[in-house]
Design a protein around this ligand. Structure first.
Ligand SMILES: Nc1ncnc2c1ncn2[C@@H]1O[C@H](COP(=O)(O)OP(=O)(O)OP(=O)(O)O)[C@@H](O)[C@H]1O
Length: 587
């Protein structure tokens, strides 16, 4: 993910806060009140010390001050609690909004954009990184503001009291800031570095888990594990090195900042001796200098968090500013028919063009097949028609309307796409099928499953329709996954079906069941099928032979057998493989 233009942290939070802005404002006000309650006791203490020095023996004054102090401390706790409650509530809502916007964004960008970002990185931003800013955001908004405002107010008061002593209080500040600046000089670069290492670690972990089957099968457990350990070690040493560099400056800054007495006591002592500073003012300055530095140190400690927040905002922004597929908010016009036309379509993944001027017409209600050698571009054509990517050149029209002029929602109502992957979500069979139609009743889901011949095997599962299928449908066989995916498409009841036939699961029994499911799914509809088993498409109205990213020929099975050598060759090899398989099965 590229770094995108950075926005300031407050404006970014303000934008996402939306209807929760009032909560943040109230939270800041409560925090200011809390810090004021924390500082007022210093005034009271100054008063008590003056009274003591003046020889006051009136008990009621001490008791009154004691009560005031107690009320102030209670107030401090109360306001702090109100402030953090409000800001935590608002922050959780903001983080929810951010996650929703990122997820919505991912559904609007071309599929390729999402595939190009390692899934570990997206998951990392969406879950861990956004989570990690919760505490920072919830605390930083009220506490940073209040801890900054109150010392400023105190400083103004000190300058009014005695400008010479106010300067003495500030004497250590430039040195402390100097140390802090040294600590943070390469902060952004170092932090980005650690983030990159963490991303590599995440991606390695996700790859290790996703590829565990291959790793085990090929005996690569040790080398894959070593790769993961190396990524973990690199991440750790990067952190340790960064901390080692910062630590000395951090310790110096944190020791020098609070050491206000170094200047306040000798300068104050000299002025007191010279008679230009009275004891009461001297005492107030001593107390306030302590009260002033503590909130300032808190503010400084947020510098680190602010920088982290800014980096994470950059990452989230880089996801949110990914370029959308160009689709309008409302469709310019509605298609007059369900005919699909590809005109001079070119397309490339990254720089490499894989489709070179595709022209084909698919008439409403017909069965159409794309056949051709592996890698010739069949699935790519299907994905473009399914509007998962945009064409690089040329156009795809539905009923005469360029599909880029239809909203995603409008277009997807026309299309049901069953991909080779047959991805199932880690939820129940019922919910996986229901994804075809969100408001479908259980009865409708079962009806679709029956029509696709899955009902019986689903009832045979551990918990029937309530069986959880595992990550990506891992608890089911390939053929079962495919039939559930077909049932899902059937429930959607879209007029155009795109079926990217998987090459596996070709045992005769499964093939027969899948064929019967497909036949029911596509009855009276437009079908575009990517066929690997040519015997399944001999009755198609049109067969397009794709070769090297171009349509080589088109026609019916018989026409192509007679006219196209490539098709005839593919048919002969299909027949001979099928005979071998079936012969083998019968023996
Ligand atoms: N996500 C991708 N990124 C980059 N290149 C890709 C991507 N998907 C496919 N390709 C390339 O595009 C070309 C066409 O691939 P496509 O999947 O469309 O072929 P196909 O005819 O469907 O193949 P098969 O029959 O093996 O499924 C191939 O050279 C392939 O390597």
């Amino acid at each position: 993910m590229e770094k995108q233009s950075r926005r300031s942290v407050p404006s970014w939070i303000w934008d996402f806060a939306g209807q929760h802005r009032t909560q943040y404002v109230l939270s800041v006000l409560s925090a200011v009140c809390g810090v004021v309650c924390g500082i007022l006791p210093y005034f009271v203490m100054a008063g008590i010390i003056s009274d003591l020095l003046g020889g006051c023996r009136d008990m009621s004054i001490y008791i009154k001050n004691c009560l005031v102090m107690a009320v102030l401390w209670l107030g401090r706790c109360g306001f702090h609690s109100i402030s953090t409650t409000l800001s935590h509530k608002a922050t959780f809502a903001v983080l929810g909004t951010i996650r929703k916007r990122v997820c919505a964004k991912l559904s609007r960008v071309p599929l390729g954009t999402v595939l190009d970002i390692p899934s570990g990185s997206i998951k990392n931003v969406l879950v861990e990184r956004i989570d990690s800013i919760e505490t920072t955001m919830a605390h930083i908004i009220p506490e940073f503001t209040s801890n900054l405002l109150v010392p400023i107010a105190l400083l103004v008061y000190l300058f009014i009291l005695d400008w010479r002593m106010a300067l003495a209080v500030l004497a250590t500040v430039p040195i402390g800031f100097g140390c802090y600046a040294l600590m943070t000089r390469d902060y952004e670069e170092s932090y980005q570095n650690t983030i990159n290492k963490t991303k590599i670690l995440n991606d390695t972990a996700v790859e290790y888990i996703n590829g565990i089957e291959v790793i085990k099968a090929f005996g690569k457990a040790q080398s894959s594990y070593d790769k993961f350990v190396a990524a973990a070690k690199e991440g750790a040493s990067c952190y340790v090195e960064w901390m080692r560099r910062c630590n000395i400056y951090f310790c110096l800054a944190m020791s020098i900042f609070p050491a206000t007495m170094i200047a306040v006591l000798p300068i104050g002592g000299l002025l007191f001796r010279a008679g230009t500073l009275d004891a009461g003012t001297f005492i107030q300055v001593i107390l306030f200098s302590v009260g002033l530095i503590a909130p300032l140190i808190t503010v400084m400690s947020y510098g680190d968090d602010l920088a982290k927040l800014s980096t994470i905002i950059g990452e989230v922004t880089s996801l949110l500013t990914l370029e959308d597929m160009k689709r309008p908010d409302t469709s310019a016009s509605q298609p007059q028919s369900k005919d699909i036309k590809l005109k001079d379509v070119t397309f490339g993944y990254h720089e490499k063009e894989v489709l070179h001027g595709i022209n084909l017409e698919i008439r409403e209600g017909t069965v159409n097949a794309l056949v051709g050698p592996s890698g010739s571009g069949k699935s790519t054509i299907a994905r473009l028609v399914a509007s998962l990517w945009d064409v690089s050149g040329g156009s795809i029209t539905l009923g005469g309307v360029d599909i880029r002029k239809l909203t995603q929602g409008d277009y997807h109502r026309y299309i049901a796409y069953v991909s080779q992957d047959n991805f199932l979500f880690d939820t129940t069979v019922m919910e996986n099928i229901r994804m075809g139609k969100q408001n479908a009743t259980d009865a409708e889901v079962m009806e679709a499953a029956k029509a696709c011949g899955c009902h019986a095997f689903i009832l045979g599962l551990e918990n029937g329709y309530d069986t959880v299928v595992g990550g990506a449908g891992g608890h089911l066989s390939g053929g079962e996954r495919q039939r559930i995916a077909i049932a899902r498409a059937m429930l959607k009841n879209a007029p155009i079906i795109i079926l990217d036939e998987a090459t596996a699961f070709t045992d005769p029994e499964n093939e027969a069941m899948i064929q019967s499911a497909v036949a029911k799914l596509t009855k009276g509809k437009t079908l575009i099928v990517i066929a690997h088993r040519l015997s399944t498409i001999t009755n198609s109205d049109q067969i397009f032979v794709v070769e090297d990213g171009k349509i080589r020929t088109s026609g019916t099975h018989e026409e192509l057998l007679a006219q196209d050598e490539l098709y005839a060759r593919m048919w002969r090899s299909h027949i001979s493989v099928r005979d071998t398989v079936e012969g083998g099965a019968q023996e």
